[in-house]
Design a protein around this ligand. Structure first.
Ligand code: IYR
Length: 224
């Protein structure tokens, strides 16, 4: 069976428009920072829906789109996520993480306290579908192999962070370790594994961020 095709929807832009757009996008993205100090102001759900629509447009292995974005607005569920994350993080910071790791995190000033998990008006918890599930001929559940799951979800999370920032929202990528508690609290099925918790909202008045910088282009780009 050969693939069905449709005409590509693509507008070739004039070169100067391309330059202008590429610069404008860079100028937007260079101001993106991880925020740990959120205002309690609520976020219009449509902004989040549109950002998740953009994330879900990401390429994925065999176009299997192996992701689920759980939007948590319920304060009681946020509270439970914070409590469980802090319990794991406390164990990590006090026992599991190596001295080298703790030293690498020093410029960020992070510790096991995660008040932002409750302060932010919402959390997006991104789950990776490690395999798919379909109904077989006899109605029994069958597993469908998924390909490049981690890469696919990573790309979608990148799209999501860009979209939220572009919409004027602040985000944090939080990766409590281990993350199994998220499947329990959010009652996700056995084929899903939590990848990242993204608090979303507006920065608190006077929010501070670490004084860190990005590597210059010549350090990160090589042309051959
Ligand atoms: N997951 C912990 C530790 C942590 C690890 C890295 I690598 C970071 O860039 C930041 C934090 C936490 O969320 O605090």
């Amino acid at each position: 069976m050969t693939a069905q095709t449709i005409p590509l929807d693509f507008e070739r832009l004039p070169p100067d428009a391309q330059i202008a757009r590429s610069r404008a996008f860079w100028q937007i993205m260079r101001t993106r920072r991880s925020v740990r100090d959120f205002s309690p102001d609520d976020v219009p759900l449509e902004l989040v829906e549109n950002a998740i629509r953009a994330a879900a447009a990401a390429p994925s292995g065999a176009n299997q789109q192996p992701w689920t974005f759980v939007v948590v607005r319920n304060p009681e569920i946020k509270r439970r996520i914070r409590a469980a994350a802090e319990a794991e993080e406390r164990e990590s910071y006090e026992r599991r993480m190596s001295a080298e790791w703790l030293q690498a995190l020093e410029p960020l000033g992070t510790d096991w306290h995660k008040p932002h998990l409750e302060q932010a008006p919402l959390l997006i918890v991104v789950f990776a579908q490690t395999y798919g599930v379909k109904r077989g001929a006899e109605g029994a559940e069958e597993r469908v192999k998924h390909y490049y799951v981690t890469e696919s979800v990573g790309i979608a999370v990148g799209f999501l962070l860009c979209a939220l920032h572009h919409a004027g929202l602040a985000t944090l990528t939080h990766t409590p370790n281990p993350m199994a508690f998220l499947s329990e609290i959010l009652e996700r099925p056995a084929n899903e594994r939590a990848m990242v918790v993204i608090p979303v909202g507006y920065p608190a008045e006077g929010a501070q961020v670490p004084a860190i910088s990005k590597k210059p282009l010549d350090e990160v780009m090589k042309v051959v």
